[in-house]
Design a protein around this ligand. Structure first.
Ligand SMILES: *Cc1c(COP(=O)(O)O)cnc(C)c1O
Length: 233
């Protein structure tokens, strides 16, 4: 299948899922996760009108950033080490960090964003499946965490992010997405200064339809758009 054909399929899935629950498909942002994919392939996807790309490693993002003729928006979707934050805050076109997963990281992003005289948009990563091998806060920790970082003036909390476990039947991950949406509603009700709960980043190639049905505003789709990743390099 060509990139174009894959993209058509993904869009059909987005439309179908949105229609099932009476949502406008236009309100769902598609982030094409380009990790371990070549610049050439990214260019083909840009030519199809996709302008949001996600990377999970800072080094790879640095290699790609600024190397496309057209300006695109970048999303940091993977675990972020504190010593690499400076590279991210220097990127004007890095629109959103999806993976805020500790207080120390929040402080570092705030400090570096201040040095760059900008505000950095972030999502708080929640380990909804309580998987020991995954990053992110446990749901019950999130409100306290948000209160702690609410005074950090160079951070803008836009919402929450979660990564569901990989399963064959995507119906199985519905409870995790639902949990994220409920948590966002609970946070909204707490009216924490400086904290917005507009975005729910959830849903990947395998489970994007269920995620949209449960309220995803951002989906992060890699292999369904690009095809298999190249793990040799
Ligand atoms: C790789 C990755 C994705 C995309 O995964 P696919 O299954 O290829 O769609 C989404 N989110 C994060 C955080 C990732 O690391």
């Amino acid at each position: 299948m060509t990139v174009k054909e894959r993209l058509v399929k993904v869009k059909e899935k987005i439309n179908a899922a949105a229609n099932r629950v009476g949502r406008d498909p236009e309100e769902i942002k598609l982030v094409a996760v380009s990790k371990r994919q070549s610049l050439d392939k990214i260019k083909k996807i840009v030519a199809e009108g996709i302008l949001n790309f996600g990377e999970s490693r800072v080094q790879e993002l640095r290699e790609k950033y600024g190397n496309l003729e057209q300006e695109v928006n970048w999303h940091m979707v993977g675990h972020l080490q504190r010593n690499k934050v400076k590279y991210i805050t220097r990127m004007d076109r890095c629109e959103l960090i999806h993976s805020l997963d500790s207080l120390r990281l929040a402080k570092k992003i705030n400090k570096r964003a201040k040095m760059e005289d900008r505000k950095m948009n972030v999502l708080v990563q929640v380990n909804t499946a309580e998987d020991e091998n995954k990053y992110g806060f446990m749901s019950e920790e999130v409100i306290d965490f948000l209160r702690e970082i609410s005074s950090l003036k160079h951070l803008r909390v836009k919402g929450l992010m979660t990564i569901a476990p990989y399963v064959e039947d995507s119906e199985e991950v519905r409870p995790y997405f639902r949990k994220l949406r409920k948590l966002a509603n609970q946070i909204k009700a707490n009216k924490i200064p400086g904290v917005e709960m507009k975005e729910l980043s959830m849903g990947m190639s395998n489970d994007l339809e269920v995620a949209i049905e449960e309220g995803a505003t951002i989906i992060r789709v890699g292999s369904a758009i690009f095809g298999p990743r190249n793990y040799n390099k």
